[in-house]
Write a protein of this length. Structure first.
Length: 117
């Protein structure tokens, strides 16, 4: 069923505690933890506890949880004292998505270039 945990999904395993992660915040609907391969001094992933392959699919099916995710991203940034940060949803392998469980990257603590690579 849509949204159910997937046995072969790394982020579902992190939520279940089967793969360790450095958790920074948790709510009823979201989980935030540090990226294992940080691309900035602060690099945190915020994910919904329900499984959807990408942010657009999550938003189409679960608008309230999508709002929770964005609010949590702001709370994480505030906790980390980030005045500026980048919020990224890689969508599709061509854009760099490697884990097909919707997630926001919060990147901060250094200057950012535009356009991104
Ligand atoms: P994507 O490339 O799909 O946008 O982002 C996936 C992110 O998950 C990458 O930044 C990658 O470093 C991170 N990642 C992959 N495996 C693990 C893991 O086992 N633990 C944590 N904390 N992050 C991971
Ligand atoms: Zn998943």
């Amino acid at each position: 069923m849509a949204g159910e945990a997937q046995a072969d999904c790394l982020f579902c395993k992190i939520i279940a505690g089967e793969v360790p992660a450095t958790v920074v915040r948790e709510t009823d609907t979201t989980y935030a933890f540090r990226d294992i391969n940080p691309q900035a001094p602060t690099h945190i992933l915020v994910i919904p506890k329900v499984h959807y392959r990408d942010a657009a699919t999550l938003a189409a099916v679960e608008p309230q949880i999508t709002a929770d995710l964005l609010r949590e991203a702001g709370e994480v940034a505030a906790d980390e004292k980030l005045e500026s940060y980048r919020l990224v949803f890689n969508t599709g392998s061509g854009a760099g998505q490697t884990v097909f469980h919707a997630h926001a990257h919060i990147l901060g603590g250094r200057g950012m270039q535009w356009p991104p690579g």
